[in-house]
Design a protein around this ligand. Structure first.
Ligand code: KG4
Ligand code: ZN
Length: 341
């Protein structure tokens, strides 16, 4: 017997990407439209929330229309609309949530509110059609750093999280300090390829009492101190060396914690997710450590690591299958916890 086709429109607007995608049966991406605002925010050195909301409002109608057109789908074909309702910038989230509610009301379509991190994790289901829970997932993005056990679809146990800056935030701040600009992650990744990762010894952030938690603010301060000291002493700074040494420190902590969790839990599958998961050094180190342990390694391609709506459509599908439906009181929740509704 063949499974009934389930077509979901995913909508994402939590930060600076307006995105819509059509996903069939959770893993078959029929369209994935992303309208990035990066060029505008680059002018200000970071995301300006008011501008993000305004741009989402200007673009969302066209982005959703394009996603439906490219997939050859009409509103009548949709089984549900899945939309990110948190965490993220409240004004940005509201645009996607309001648009999704209006579509569902007009077309009498079921609505599903999706957690943004659940979306990032789910990008792995699209990238590898054979992946099934349980597995350990490291979610590293501009706003989040979570080490999670994915027990089942939609069932998460958070082992550790950052106590201060997110990994991506640390990349962005250090990039600004060394004059690389926004968004910092990809620029540091590129500069680091020309640098020596052992040139400067930066600290590996430890959090006493919680072995899986992360802390990146000390590392960020160490980089700033290093830059100031070198400048005061009249030394020239090697941007590639700072980038490579900083990146090595972040990668060692991230992968170190993840491998510790895999070893302790005896789990045999590990996945990366979130914007920072497209970092080449992180991918290489995680793959290498997984191979040493006989652990299967999963990582979405970069286009599914950074914010997109295909991942929201996928996460929405698994929520839909469990019977999750949102009503029209669905609201944006900027600090939404993973695993909470
Ligand atoms: O997942 P994402 O698109 O948005 C959030 O949900 O936050 O992640 C964006 C973050 C930014 O901080 C960006 O600098 C970082 O991901 N990033 C990277 C790379 N590509 C994007 N960080 C390190 N290396 C990269 N190649
Ligand atoms: Zn994200």
């Amino acid at each position: 017997m063949t499974e009934k086709t389930c077509t979901i429109l995913g909508i994402e607007s939590s930060c600076d990407e307006t995105a819509a995608a059509v996903v069939v049966n959770g893993r078959d991406v029929r369209s994935n439209v992303i309208s990035s605002q990066i060029d505008i925010h680059t002018l200000y050195g970071g995301v300006v929330p008011e501008i993000a909301s305004r741009k989402h409002t200007e673009r969302i109608n066209q982005v959703v229309g394009q996603a439906l057109r490219e997939a050859g789908t009409s509103l009548q074909d949709l089984d549900a609309v899945a939309v990110t309702y948190g965490p993220g910038l409240v004004g940005a989230l509201l645009v996607g949530v309001s648009f999704a509610k209006a579509l569902c009301f007009a077309g009498n379509i079921p609505l599903i509110g999706v957690h943004h991190i659940e979306g990032h994790i789910s990008a792995n289901f699209i990238a590898d059609k054979t992946l099934e829970p349980p597995f350990v997932c490291l979610v590293v993005s501009g706003g989040h750093t979570h080490l999670v056990v994915v027990r089942d679809y939609g069932e998460y146990e958070i082992l550790g999280r950052t106590q201060d800056d997110a990994a991506g935030e640390a990349f962005d701040k250090v990039a600004r300090a060394i004059g690389l600009g926004y968004p910092g992650g990809p620029k540091i990744d590129k500069a680091a390829r020309e640098g020596n990762p052992d040139a400067i010894s930066f600290p590996r952030g430890k959090v006493t009492g919680s072995e899986y938690d992360f802390s990146f603010s000390g590392l960020k301060s160490a980089v700033l101190n290093y830059l100031n000291t070198e400048k005061m002493q009249g030394h020239e700074i090697s941007v590639p060396d700072v980038a490579a040494s900083f990146q090595k420190s972040v990668v060692e902590v991230l992968v170190g914690h993840a491998m510790e969790a895999l070893d302790q839990l005896g789990m045999k599958k590990f996945a990366l997710a979130g914007g920072v998961a497209s970092n080449s050094a992180l991918r290489a180190k995680a793959r290498e450590e997984c191979e040493k342990r006989g652990v299967s390694f999963y990582c979405p391609p970069p286009i599914l690591c950074t914010d997109n709506a295909a991942m929201i459509g996928c996460a929405g599908y698994y929520e839909f299958r469990k019977g999750v439906r949102s009503d029209f009181s669905l609201n944006a929740v900027p600090n939404l916890e993973l695993g909470k509704r």
